[in-house]
Design a protein around this ligand. Structure first.
Ligand code: NAD
Length: 329
């Protein structure tokens, strides 16, 4: 079996690849793995260092039709993690988000169609639905994205759906809540706050801190994606699967847990103006995937403690990334 992982050098894609080539997903044991990644600021081969030499790497752009026409044929499974993923960056400048998250999906779907790829997974987000004050979205809820990031992701989902409806392309779409875990770029809230606190700095808390996010450990997210990938040939073309988190927390509650974990007080919290168009709450109903046997395995307390420990023990990984990002501002 040959598996192509687009965006496999980023936070979530690299977790998937490390697990896959280490035999963590039994149904794909022994798979030959190709990683396609543009290595943007968010992608780094250091994320794949623990499994170096056990996969083929192609440095390239998911929007490159010619490259994809050569690369995709021969792969039995294609999983697309490649994206611009940071909401704040999409507010500052949205062009690259539309290119990678919409046009990139179109290019990949077309290449898969031409190659007759039997199983495809498009990795997406709960943010495509907009904001929900109470209750949870089912997979057929209307899309109402509010940020350029989520709008571009919704565009990619719609393109994948169109290839499924028009051509019968066997693509499944997964939508997940906020991920945390090792190797997450230190611009996202958990590693940003944790590493700032480790360095004796303050942490910037948006608005009233009342925004609610549903947190999931990256290992649980990837196990959900894997289950969907295993079934992708049998699912309805274009079918959507939710992968929900294990801890619904306001940003105030999350901040409190990180302060506790690092022995810091509220004096280290700096209130900053709210993010523009900041969605109040996301929540997914994951009954469908649970009905197929999925259940998250990592509780938030345990997962957060392990993640904070990982950042404490891996300064060599995050210090240069953070410095580069700060110098670029
Ligand atoms: P990330 O930013 O850490 O990684 C993205 C990867 O894609 C990087 O390796 C980057 O180099 C690569 N990439 C970007 N543009 C590319 C291009 N044009 N061609 C090839 N490669 C390119 O993102 P992540 O947090 O790992 O997210 C992975 C996927 O999961 C994204 O599609 C994201 O929308 C989705 N998702 C993320 C979360 C989350 O909480 N992080 C939650 C739900 C869904």
């Amino acid at each position: 079996m040959r598996v192509l992982v687009a965006g496999g050098a980023g936070f979530i894609g690299s977790h998937y690849v490390r697990e896959l080539v280490s035999g963590g997903y039994e149904a794909f044991a022994g798979a030959e793995v190709t990683v396609l990644d543009k290595l943007t600021y968010a992608g780094d081969l250091a994320n794949l260092e623990p499994v170096a030499g056990r996969f083929a790497f192609v440095h390239g752009d998911v929007c490159n039709d010619e490259l994809l026409a050569h690369l995709v044929p021969g792969h039995d499974v294609v999983i697309n993690f490649a994206a611009e993923s940071h909401v704040d960056r999409s507010i500052a400048s949205a062009g690259e988000f539309v290119r990678t998250n919409v046009q990139g999906v179109q290019a990949l779907m077309q290449a898969c169609l031409d190659a007759g790829t039997p199983r495809i997974v498009q990795v997406s987000t709960d943010e495509v639905y907009g904001s929900i004050d109470a209750g949870s979205w089912a997979e057929d809820a209307p899309l109402a994205p509010n940020s350029p990031y989520s709008a571009a992701k919704a565009g990619g989902d719609m393109i994948a759906r169109a290839y499924a409806r028009t051509h019968g392309l066997p693509v499944s779409i997964t939508r997940c809540g906020n991920n945390y875990g090792p190797y997450q770029f230190p611009e996202k809230v958990i590693p940003l706050f944790a590493t700032n606190l480790m360095d004796g700095r303050t942490v910037p808390l948006y608005g009233d801190g009342g925004n609610v996010r549903d947190w999931i450990h990256v290992a649980d997210h990837c196990r959900g994606i894997q289950l969907v990938a295993e079934r992708a040939g049998e699912s309805e073309p274009g079918e959507v699967f939710h992968i929900a988190g294990t801890a619904e927390l306001t940003n105030l509650e999350l901040t409190e847990r990180l302060l506790d974990a690092l022995g810091a007080g509220w004096d280290r919290v700096e209130r900053v103006a709210d993010r523009k168009g900041h969605d109040r709450r996301y929540s997914l109903d994951d009954a469908k995937l649970r009905g197929l046997g999925y259940a998250p395995a990592i509780g938030f307390e345990e997962g957060l403690a392990a993640t904070v420990r990982w950042y404490e023990e891996n300064r060599d990984w995050w210090e240069p990334l953070k410095k580069r990002a700060e110098d670029a501002r």
